[in-house]
Ligand binder design. Structure first.
Ligand SMILES: C[S@@+](CC[C@H](N)C(=O)[O-])C[C@H]1O[C@@H](n2cnc3c(N)ncnc32)[C@H](O)[C@@H]1O
Length: 311
């Protein structure tokens, strides 16, 4: 792929305001060219490139930059100006995980400013549909907006969800979204750091961690997965969703960029590989029973472990 050319075009479209101009306001290449005092043919080629990269959609001959792409760009581009300093010092641009309070504040704001739950909801629905069974009790660790567990609860009308996260995230996002989705009477929360929060024993048939396993501190990893196992009932499953996919060059590149973004905003977050998580889980008697990739922004994969009661 002509990465450098594409990157220059995206950078031009962002800096010049072209993508912003087309946000929710469809226009033809000719209209865009005229408005900007430019050449029709030249603008057509730039707009087509942006469409090819998924930054614009086209309906007939009109181009639009969708809200979804706007939000994605904002998240992806927030700290790239800091690369020179990052290379010099290796220090994150911001350290969102320097304290539980910082993580809470960061994600409370993040979920407000980024239309993340909307962007991801089709993906979450697809994962909920793909997983077997109808769980009765779901524990969602690092729940955020409750993206994954609430999608599961919507499919399983008797399911109850217990969410683990920090207080502001829970109040401002998880409970609000549960209310919007009509699930408020079926949700509860365990507030605090998931390393320390006590999980009730043999209480859940599904424990899910969506894009939160990477916050698990390595020295605590063994005891944490043991805690997960003992919170599951017989036949229960542990579902981990994160950026594991590495089968194609595009997936590997996306994964590397994700890891770089983590390095630029955290002290200790680590994108555990599929093999590392499988090893951690198998050491405590949870075996990989299924894994699949999901469509959506980026390349998310799902790992499903089940308790090995013969062990
Ligand atoms: C990237 S967000 C993912 C949110 C949600 N699971 C999803 O996939 O949309 C990570 C979430 O994990 C929470 N989190 C991170 N570390 C945590 C910890 N040690 N204890 C509790 N929650 C934590 C954050 O507050 C945040 O809501």
């Amino acid at each position: 792929m002509e990465i450098e050319q594409i990157s220059n075009i995206v950078s031009f479209a962002t800096r010049s305001g072209l993508l912003e101009e087309l946000r929710g306001a469809p226009a033809t290449a000719l209209q865009v060219a005229e408005r900007n005092g430019g050449d029709h043919r030249a603008y057509s080629s730039v707009l087509e490139t942006l469409r090819g990269m998924g930054y614009l959609t086209r309906s007939g001959d009109q181009y639009t930059s969708t809200q979804q792409h706007h939000e994605l760009r904002r998240d992806n581009s927030f700290c790239w100006d800091q690369i020179p300093e990052f290379l010099q010092t290796g220090k994150p641009w911001i350290t969102i995980d320097s304290s539980p309070e910082n993580l809470d504040a960061f994600y409370t704001k993040f979920f407000e400013s980024v239309g993340y739950a909307n962007q991801m909801s089709a993906t979450a629905e697809a994962v909920a549909a793909r997983l077997d069974g109808e769980p009765g009790h779901i524990l969602d660790v690092g729940t955020g907006t409750g993206l994954w567990s609430l999608a599961m609860a919507r499919r399983a009308p008797r399911a109850k969800v217990v969410a683990v996260d920090f207080p502001q995230v829970l109040t401002n996002h998880f409970f609000k979204r549960a209310e919007q989705l009509g699930c408020l009477d079926r949700v509860e929360a365990l507030e605090g750091d998931f390393h320390e929060v006590h999980f009730p024993k043999s209480a859940f048939d599904r424990i899910v961690m969506g894009s939160s396993f990477h916050f698990l501190k390595e020295p605590a990893a063994d005891s944490y997965v043991r805690k997960v196992k003992s919170a599951l009932v017989k036949g229960g499953e542990f579902v981990v969703i994160d950026h594991f996919a590495d089968a194609t060059p595009h997936q590997r590149l996306s994964r590397t960029l994700y890891e770089m973004r983590l390095a630029m905003r955290t002290q200790a977050a680590k994108n555990y590989s599929r093999q590392e998580i499988t090893r951690l889980c198998s050491r405590v008697g949870m075996l990989l029973k299924d894994s699949f990739e999901v469509e959506g922004p980026g390349f998310l994969s799902v790992l499903v472990f089940e308790v090995d009661f013969n062990a």
